[in-house]
Design a binder for this molecule. Structure first.
Ligand SMILES: [Zn+2]
Length: 237
């Protein structure tokens, strides 16, 4: 018994140390490494098991807040939220859901930059779990390989569907396209509203955050400004 108590104490101390580490950054939005910090055992549980566990946790939160979960309107909320987390808004955590990007030969010999702009971004801030809503503008210069246009939307969406930091999303999109296209010449600009800034805290509904990542030729002033000019073109149909 004594040994169990001792062990338990040790686990509790470890948990406290971990929690302290999670909490110490407080409200500071600091971008970290380009990879989403996932544990090695991130995909040991099946999606069904994750939904069950999250459902119980959401229920616990709502009950703690004092809500009556027997009420018709609230009854299904824990399961709805759990399914939404696993299948939708955090569905992009699972490597199996990464879009396969079939590439093609650049048979038109198009040598200028290709810009896919105004790609809708729906993501979730990992500091507050509140929505990030915005637009991504992605460009590349082909070195002989091209991808289907919608693949760029899918890549943005895949990396957006996880707890995110805008800087990291920006880098992940560029790195993935660089890998798929086999070129460094990829750029991405994201302009997004963070509801953690707009709807709480400072409550600044006007501000948005712009991040940019330029690879290869896009580091050159003239190439970069050509890209930014295209983004600023009015697109009205
Ligand atoms: Zn936030």
């Amino acid at each position: 018994m004594y040994i169990f108590a001792l062990l338990n104490k040790k686990v509790m101390r470890l948990e406290k140390a971990l929690n302290d580490r999670y909490d110490e950054r407080g409200d500071n939005h600091i971008g970290s490494a380009p990879e989403t910090p996932l544990r090695d055992d991130a995909f040991v549980l099946s999606d069904e098991e994750k939904i069950k566990r999250i459902q119980a946790s959401v229920k616990d939160i709502l009950v703690t807040l004092g809500l009556d979960l027997t009420d018709d309107s609230l009854q299904g909320t824990p399961k709805r939220v759990a399914k939404m987390f696993v299948n939708e808004i955090f569905g992009g955590l699972h490597p199996d859901k990464k879009p396969t990007s079939s590439t093609f030969d650049n048979k038109y010999k198009y040598g200028e930059m290709l810009v896919e702009k105004n790609i809708v971004v729906y993501s979730t801030c990992e500091h507050h779990l509140l929505p990030i809503i915005g637009r991504a503008h992605v460009a590349y210069i082909s070195n002989g390989t091209v991808v289907g246009l919608s693949k760029m939307n899918r890549i943005v969406d895949y990396y957006a569907k996880r707890p995110q930091v805008q800087e990291r999303l920006n880098i992940q999109v560029v790195k993935e396209l660089q890998r798929v296209l086999g070129t460094e010449d990829v750029a991405c600009v994201i302009d997004a509203k963070h509801l953690c800034v707009n709807s709480r805290g400072i409550r600044d509904i006007e501000s948005s955050t712009v991040t940019a990542e330029y690879g290869g030729k896009f580091k050159e002033e003239s190439v970069r400004s050509e890209f930014l000019d295209y983004i600023n073109l009015d697109t009205e149909f």
